[in-house]
Design a protein around this ligand. Sequence first.
Ligand code: FAD
Ligand code: SIN
Length: 489
Amino acid sequence: MMEYFDFIVIGSGIAGLSFSLNVAKKGKVLIITKKEVIDSTTNYAQGGIAAAIGELDDFEKHIKDTLEAGAYHNKLSAVEFMVKNGPKYIEELKNIGVPFTLTSEELSLTQEGGHSQKRIIYAGDHTGNSIETTLVNAVKSNKNITVWENVFAIDLLVKNQTCYGLSILKNKKIQHIYSSYIIMATGGVGQIYKYTTNPKISTGDGIAMAHRAGAKTKDLEFIQFHPTALNLPHRQKFLISEALRGEGAYLLNHEGKRFMQKYSPKKELASRDIVSRAISIEEESGKVYLDITHKDKTFVKNRFPQIYKKLKKIGIDITKDIIPITSAAHYMCGGVVVNLKGETNIKNLYAFGETACTGVHGANRLASNSLLEAIVFSSEIAKRLKAKPKQNKFPEFPILKTVVCRNTAKNLSYTKRLIKEIMWKNVGLVRTTGGLKKAILKLEKLKQDFKFYTCSDTELELKNILDTATLITRAALKRHNSLGCHYIR
Ligand code: FAD
Ligand code: SIN
């Protein structure tokens, strides 16, 4: 039996969930997601969501800051679309119950790097989890939305530049599902790097899938590295939110001295590309630390409860101790090219959120503009879409046979480690043309030598990691000069 839905959404982060909620009046929506519905980068977002709602703020200032952080590589019309629709979606999130932090009944605003104003709306230091759980609850109570968990999107069904659906791995079987609207909201790529702030699901599946189907990608060389990830041996690079610096934390070098004044007049609140590179220079002499011990202890505990608890468990009391930090891969500024209607160059195929390249972020994303971009584009465009009559006939797409996995788990994890090492070493924060060339040779060799089987999500993910890593490296090789996050030495 052919399974058809009016809208198929791949991904259950802020982009996929917001799109679904805003389109559900117009037809039956299917969300597929490769783990549990809550599993998303969105769920880990800490700092907040930007919008020009402060008394001293306005759209022009938010636009200017976004362009400046993006090294003016941004698409102005997309930036305007996001900024001008921003306050409306903060209001919507509030209205559906996101428990943003308040100060005397008004939304509290904080500061982050690159912002000239206090412009970040937040829920403690767990903004993403508050947004994700509220959206998931709204989706669960919407009768027009069905969620399939633990279902892996393998590839798009495309003929003559038109997308008709996708092949999926569900209960270990491959099947096709069809729709007139296929929405990619598959998030970022951090897991292609050895060190990342991203969760396990961020493996670049959407970008790899879209590219294989003939969709255009852009700006993939602009990988943002977050300057302050926890730096302890054998520990995950847990993010220490930029909001700590927004509330006055300092960066210290191995001598315990502040150093950011040497690199930018904005000091600790310079944009991320500048701060990350400054840290990498300071690291040549020793470890770098974040210090919030000079702030009121009760304030710190209440303002950053998650970070406080997490670090306390491993023996760091952030009210008394300085925190060892370093940079880690954080965000994909480019992605699958879409216009202001969310359309890709493939008919019926749309992309939103971190997977998409709307042009908003340019060469370096302004902090907390990511959640904003995702919700504004996905929701606003969902509201404007018209339902299409159900199609009954589709071109034939042969169903791939489910085959036996021949790679061992050891083999797969070794190859994954290898790719992550190559990317970290050669396509990281500071790049050289020689290093990029070396990386591409190694990645291409792996592509030739490694035989993937369409049999499990582990193998499918690894193929996507390799495809995405190759695309990013190729894009980096094409850009000969430094710009934003792409820094060539
Ligand atoms: P995601 O939330 O990542 O969702 C992607 C979904 O797609 C997931 O459900 C995933 O399982 C699913 N998926 C992927 N591939 C497949 C497949 N093949 N088949 C089926 N399903 C699939 N941004 C801000 O603006 N403010 C912040 O404070 C902030 N803090 C951050 C903190 C951390 C630690 C990190 C890592 C990022 C942070 N960001 C922040 C960035 C922001 O969280 C993300 O850019 C944003 O949440 C992405 O949302 P999304 O909906 O595009 O993707
Ligand atoms: C953070 O809290 O530092 C992350 C903010 C972001 O990625 O926008």
